[in-house]
Design a protein around this ligand. Structure first.
Ligand SMILES: NC(=O)c1ccc[n+]([C@@H]2O[C@H](COP(=O)([O-])OP(=O)(O)OC[C@H]3O[C@@H](n4cnc5c(N)ncnc54)[C@H](OP(=O)(O)O)[C@@H]3O)[C@@H](O)[C@H]2O)c1
Length: 332
């Protein structure tokens, strides 16, 4: 039986380091319809702290496995698997399948990729979220103005480029000048560095008729500003609220949200990737082709994290706001 080294949550808390523990255990090989994957690179997501906090599976009791996604090489195939063979590079996204050196994955969920790279890996959660949310929920149209928050992050960088490809004018918020430079390279029409600029004033000047679509993942004051800046029939797609993941919800007192929406026929729409599974294959193929051809750039954060011992550092790096592009951990 193969031995797996993996991170498990030991206590329900958004403090990833406090919760995560490295354990070793023997696992059975792949069963019917499954493959055994040796993970080479795992993706770090803002929601890794939501997973340790138990927010993904209400009522869950520790210990449970951590990490959302990884890319690696098929090491064994179970009975009945014909689509994949030993040696194939695949990426996969399952709850708990990321922060471990070996993963047994249903073959149907192992996506063939050219190589187990950080770029290919990033398509799974970061890329799919932007692609499906903008198209299905934001309903972005050519000629519209789109605001992306955390625009230089793992999923934000996809949203910027995909909204541009859809023919929109794209504004993007970020926390530093090096991120603003990255955003310019990615085609963002107006990076907004929220630490040094007044976002509301920039939006008034850059989008006097308001924002048609917002791809919003930060929450807090930035959400409020984006909401106030919507155009007539504007759509704010709430895909996350990273500013509240560690410290919990901020209690606010203001007029109810309809005061901001009705007179503009505007809307706030939630998006949660697992609810859109039927769109995965189409968007996955599209994104993989765009990444392979170089039409989509995937920036990978330059800070190198290696081994399962480094995962907590990587998670904290993402939440420090200093990361640039997709944060990954190399496992081999
Ligand atoms: N709904 C879904 O299905 C789904 C799927 C994937 C991701 N998401 C969401 O997408 C968002 C981005 O996730 P990601 O994994 O790609 O992370 P990321 O964007 O690579 O990293 C988070 C970024 O958020 C920004 N940020 C702003 N205020 C922050 C604060 N108070 N604390 C920490 N970060 C702050 C920082 O960039 P700046 O300072 O430059 O803004 C930081 O770099 C998260 O809200 C996540 O939950 C949702």
């Amino acid at each position: 039986m193969p031995t797996v080294r993996k991170l498990v949550a030991t206590v329900l808390t958004p403090d990833f380091r406090q919760s995560a523990r490295l354990v070793e255990e023997e696992i059975p090989g792949p069963g019917p319809g499954e493959v055994l994957v040796r993970n080479r690179v795992a993706g770090v997501n803002a929601s890794d702290v939501n997973l340790t906090a138990g927010r993904y599976q209400p009522g869950v009791e520790p210990p449970f496995d951590l990490g959302f996604e990884a890319a690696g090489v098929v090491e064994a195939v179970g009975p009945g698997v014909e689509r994949l063979a030993v040696g194939d590079a695949v990426a996969h996204s399952t709850l708990g399948g990321g922060f471990r050196d070996l993963a047994v994955v249903p073959a149907a969920l192992a996506v063939p990729v050219p190589e187990p790279s950080a770029q290919a890996l990033s398509v799974l959660v970061s890329g799919l979220t932007a692609s499906i949310a903008l198209e299905q929920v934001g309903e972005v149209q050519a000629g519209e103005t789109v605001l992306v928050t955390a625009a230089a992050g793992g999923t934000g960088q996809y949203a910027v480029q995909l909204a541009k490809r859809a023919g929109a004018r794209v504004l993007g918020t970020c926390g530093s000048d090096d991120k603003a430079d990255l955003l310019r390279d990615l085609g963002c029409d107006r990076p907004i560095t929220y630490r040094t600029e007044d976002v509301r004033e920039v939006l008034k000047a850059e989008a006097p008729d308001g924002l048609d679509v917002v791809y919003e993942s930060v929450g807090g004051a930035l959400f409020d500003t984006a909401l106030r800046s919507l155009a007539v029939k504007g759509r704010l797609v709430s895909i996350g609220y990273v500013s509240e993941y560690v410290d919990g919800p901020e209690r606010v007192s203001d007029a109810r949200v309809y005061h901001r929406l009705l007179a503009k026929s505007a809307s706030v729409r939630g998006f949660f990737l697992p609810h859109y599974a039927r769109h995965f294959p189409e968007h996955m193929q599209r994104l993989l082709a765009l990444v392979a051809s170089g039409e989509l750039t995937v920036a990978v954060d330059p800070t190198e994290f290696r081994g399962l011992d480094a995962v907590a550092d990587a998670v904290e790096h993402l939440h420090s706001g200093r990361s640039l592009g997709k944060v990954v951990v190399w496992l081999d």
